[in-house]
Design a protein around this ligand. Structure first.
Ligand SMILES: [Zn+2]
Ligand SMILES: [Zn+2]
Length: 262
């Protein structure tokens, strides 16, 4: 996840772009009604999406942009200008995205600093932190599958499913990140609970926060980096979820979807 974040912010955007690649771009605040997922032609919307990576196994002669176009021409993202700005600029194009990342980085640094002052030794700190990151991958899957898709009619939809289902209704609408008024209290509760387990719990909590930051980065990247996503297979996996919300729940990884056969 952190590697993804690094790649996203550091790698330059390619210059070869074609208008057809813009099917995945997210330059607009609104999705025209005729482009919403529910109004997509049923024949194409129901078309099977290969589970394989968009990059792996593709013909060597085809460019990455061409491979993505082939897979997602039917996907109902806004098809206006896809922009030529660098990846980082597109990732941070919305103020809410910037606020989300800034807040999560600050929380991560704060929790990590406190944990580092209490854990005996950098190796132990690193192992506990990595344990938290690994734990996030499962938590991400469970939250997405069992919490974020709770029906709107349920009182439990206040836990985040309303925003998530809105995102499913209009995948190209910004912001993509979850609102801080939901996530920061959840993080505070999680860190508080983890801290009751001592310094190692706190270090693991820092890993969970880092994992969540990776989730927000990966989700935005899946929607705004069109044709130049550093991990096109992961992007394809998430877009597949938008076509079939009962599958492909992983955003930062596909491990748990394979384990639970979703
Ligand atoms: Zn999405
Ligand atoms: Zn979903």
């Amino acid at each position: 996840m952190l590697a993804l974040a690094f790649v996203v912010v550091s790698a330059p955007a390619p210059v070869d772009r074609s208008p057809a690649d813009a099917v995945l771009s997210v330059p607009s605040q609104d999705v025209p009604p005729d482009m919403s997922p529910r109004s997509a032609p049923s024949a194409t919307a129901a078309a099977p999406v290969p589970a394989t990576s968009a990059g792996a196994g593709a013909p060597a002669s085809g460019s990455r942009a061409a491979r993505l176009r082939e897979k997602f021409d039917f996907f109902p993202f806004h098809a206006s200008s896809r922009g030529t700005s660098p990846r980082l600029a597109r990732m941070l194009s919305h103020a809410e995205h910037r606020r989300c990342y800034a807040a999560l980085v600050l929380v991560e640094l704060g929790v990590l600093a406190v944990a580092a002052g209490r854990v005996s030794g950098p190796l132990v700190l690193a192992l506990a932190w990595l344990g938290g990151v690994a734990g996030w991958t499962l938590l991400e899957y469970l939250l997405h599958r069992f919490v974020f898709h709770i029906p709107r009619a349920s009182p439990l939809s206040v836990l985040g499913s309303r925003q998530h289902l809105d995102h499913h209704d209009a995948p190209s609408r910004l912001p993509i990140t979850k609102p801080l008024h939901l996530t920061l209290p959840a993080i505070a509760i999680g860190v508080g609970l983890a801290s009751t387990q001592g310094p190692l719990g706190l270090a693991a909590a820092a890993g969970l926060v880092a994992g969540y930051l990776g989730y927000e980065l990966a989700h935005v990247a899946a929607h705004v980096l069109v044709g130049d996503h550093p991990l096109p297979g992961l992007q394809a996996w998430h877009l597949r979820h938008h076509l079939d919300s009962g599958r492909a729940f992983g955003i930062t990884n596909r491990v748990w979807d394979r384990v639970f056969d979703t």
